[in-house]
Design a protein around this ligand. Structure first.
Ligand code: DQA
Length: 147
């Protein structure tokens, strides 16, 4: 069976496609999931792709990923900027976690320039729209291979 990685999505990402398309593009989260599945096959990885609007659910899923996956990519969305719980969850688990954002958070409002999650992630990819997801998958796969 293919090794599995989790791709986790935080609040409001279920609204992609209609949510501020000038910032986030016109693809829906389902479109992005499809792209990730196709790309993951080339990396010989299986993916578990999920979205929630609830902080604690993301924490639970990170713990679950630690039990059943070889790594995780997360777009924590707004919780990335605020959540000590997500910081602690990533710290508490032993699998590598890559943080990603569709938009270039550093080119936006100052409150988006920092994330609580970046210091505990393996690395951060942002600013490439939906391609941020496949870049994060590639980076995660390389990191796992090198481990
Ligand atoms: C986001 C950037 C965050 O600042 C924002 O709160 C989001 C989406 C992105 O993918 O660009 O919801 O994570």
């Amino acid at each position: 069976m293919a090794r599995k990685v989790f791709i986790l999505n935080g609040p409001n990402l279920n609204a992609l496609g209609m949510r501020e398309p000038g910032v986030y593009g016109s693809k829906t989260l389902q479109d992005i999931e499809r792209d990730c599945r196709t790309y993951a096959e080339t990396l010989e990885l299986g993916i578990d792709f999920r979205q929630t609007n609830h902080e604690g659910v993301l924490v639970d899923w990170l713990h679950e990923a630690n039990e059943s996956a070889v790594g995780a990519a997360i777009n924590p969305a707004a919780y990335g900027h605020t959540s000590i719980a997500l910081h602690d969850a990533i710290r508490a688990i032993s699998i590598p976690v890559v943080e990603l954002h569709l938009s270039n958070i550093h080119a936006r409002e100052p409150f988006r320039h920092k994330t609580m999650t970046a210091p505990v992630a393996v690395g951060v990819i942002c600013g490439f729209g939906p391609t941020s997801y496949t870049l994060a998958l590639q980076a995660l796969a390389n990191h796992i291979k090198d481990q």
